[in-house]
Design a protein around this ligand. Structure first.
Ligand SMILES: Cc1ncc(COP(=O)(O)OP(=O)(O)O)c(N)n1
Ligand SMILES: Cc1nc(C(=O)O)sc1CCOP(=O)(O)O
Ligand SMILES: [Mg+2]
Length: 215
């Protein structure tokens, strides 16, 4: 049995009311254990937002995270991670490479890499110095249009075969996360299930903690 999975929060793709989001984020962190938050902003069509949008949101969100020793990760952009003083960056297969991100941010930063459902991508990311590999999508999600579907067996294999931390992502909820926890995922990356929880983000964090501990 594995119940060591920790929560990795991902912001909603748009933050029209940043102050309200900061209140939700604070409530989430006050409710239980969260390892990190990824600032992931996208325009409505999934394209990139402006640098200023990212910098403005980072200025509000990062101190809330770092005051509570929650790592602050920026999606897609090593240069903006450096500029903001973020703890790290998450890059996908079409973003800057892991090696480039490492060169920009240095050895102390966290660099995570999207690996979809691919052992090969994950092994390459490990060789290139990634701090974690992300597999997904495990479940249907409305947060992003996903092309890839990952199976629980991949997480089992990865945790058996390697020591590099894994992140599971895609439609994960307190109700469906137990097999992922049991399969050895080190982190559960979650967005909609936290920010859209009917009883608020704090209740979502508590529900995840309950499911993780019972898995
Ligand atoms: C933890 C984590 N895993 C996967 C992703 C997806 O990254 P990517 O494939 O680059 O897609 P976008 O998020 O940029 O749309 C992620 N962001 N975080
Ligand atoms: C950002 C992202 N990447 C995915 C992938 O499969 O690579 S799924 C996804 C969305 C995660 O949000 P939610 O928890 O609301 O499904
Ligand atoms: Mg990306």
């Amino acid at each position: 049995m594995n119940n060591d999975s920790r929560l990795y929060l991902i912001t909603p793709p748009q933050l029209p009311d940043l102050r309200a989001f900061c209140d939700d984020f604070t409530a989430a962190l006050d409710a239980g254990d969260v390892a990190c938050i990824q600032l992931r902003l996208k325009a409505g069509d999934g394209s990139a937002v402006t640098d200023d949008d990212v910098l403005y949101a980072a200025e509000a969100i990062m101190p809330i995270a770092q005051e509570r020793e929650v790592a602050f990760i920026i999606n897609d952009r090593p240069d903006l991670a450096l500029k903001t003083g973020a703890d790290g960056v998450h890059v996908g297969q079409s973003d800057a490479s892991c090696k480039k991100a490492r060169a920009v941010l240095g050895d102390d930063a966290t660099v995570g890499v999207t690996c979809h459902e691919s052992k090969h991508f994950a092994l390459v990311a490990g060789e290139d110095g990634a701090d974690y590999v992300a597999f997904g999508a495990f479940f249907p999600t409305t947060t992003k249009e996903t092309e890839f579907k990952a199976e629980i067996g991949l997480l089992e294999w990865w945790s058996y075969a390697t020591t590099l931390p894994s992140v599971a992502i895609g439609g994960i909820t307190p109700e469906n996360c137990r097999p992922i926890v049991r399969a050895g995922a080190d982190f559960l990356a979650v967005s909609g299930a936290v920010w859209n929880h009917p009883e608020g983000p704090g209740a979502a964090i508590k529900a995840f903690e309950m499911s993780i501990s019972e898995a």
